[in-house]
Write a protein that binds this ligand. Structure first.
Ligand code: SF4
Length: 199
């Protein structure tokens, strides 16, 4: 895979690699996708966001489906919504799931912010995620720690592609329970086999 490295990765894959490197591999390299009910719900909700356009109200403007990219992170993709308030840009993602569940959503949002910063030459202090399950917005501060995690996720994704081997499963039942690729990944079975082999 080394000679075949992409110049840029789809931005949303930083969410996958930050959640689980094996999930990133299964989705990006093997093009695996398991359409269960929550995934289908997410797809339908995103379709509504994917008509480009501008909405105005008394608080400012909201741009829909904004093409963004970062030459530093080497990612490109679409920011679902970018709000413009008091001259400040605020990326806004819609997610199924609950507030504060997985930091990988924060990494994806921060990557959008880095893209917007590079394109506009401004600094974005925070963004927001609207979670459909509890219908609440979470404010995500783009602090140094999150920026570092985001840069690390981008580096790890390219490193995995360069290495060319599928990462082992996580030993993290809570994440695997939430992962649509669990029936394909078979984390428990694979880990048991790996333990067996190492004896
Ligand atoms: S089931 Fe677990 S180990 Fe496998 S891809 Fe999903 S999160 Fe990763």
């Amino acid at each position: 895979m080394k000679d075949d490295l992409p110049d840029y990765l789809p931005l949303s894959y930083l969410n996958q690699v930050a959640f689980c490197p094996r999930r990133f591999w299964l989705m990006y390299v093997q093009a695996e996708m398991e359409i269960n009910a929550p995934v289908q719900e997410g797809i339908l909700r995103h379709q509504n966001a994917h008509d480009p356009g501008v909405q105005k109200d008394e608080h400012g403007r909201t741009l829909r489906s904004v093409q963004v990219w970062s030459d530093v992170l080497r990612v490109a993709g679409v920011a679902d919504f970018v709000e413009e308030k008091d001259g400040r840009l605020i990326p806004l993602e819609h997610k199924r799931g609950r507030i504060g569940q997985w930091v990988s959503d924060h990494v994806q949002l921060c990557a959008q912010a880095v893209c917007l910063e590079e394109r506009t030459g401004t600094t974005l202090p925070y963004g927001e995620i609207f979670y459909w399950t509890n219908r609440r917005r979470e404010r995500v501060i783009f602090d140094d720690a999150l920026r570092q995690k985001t840069a690390d996720a981008a580096r790890l994704a390219f490193h995995l592609l360069e290495q060319g081997t599928m990462p082992h499963p996580l030993d993290h039942p809570a994440k695997c329970r939430d992962c649509s690729l669990e029936p394909i990944c078979l984390p428990r079975e694979t880990l048991a086999l790996l333990r067996e082999e190492s004896r």
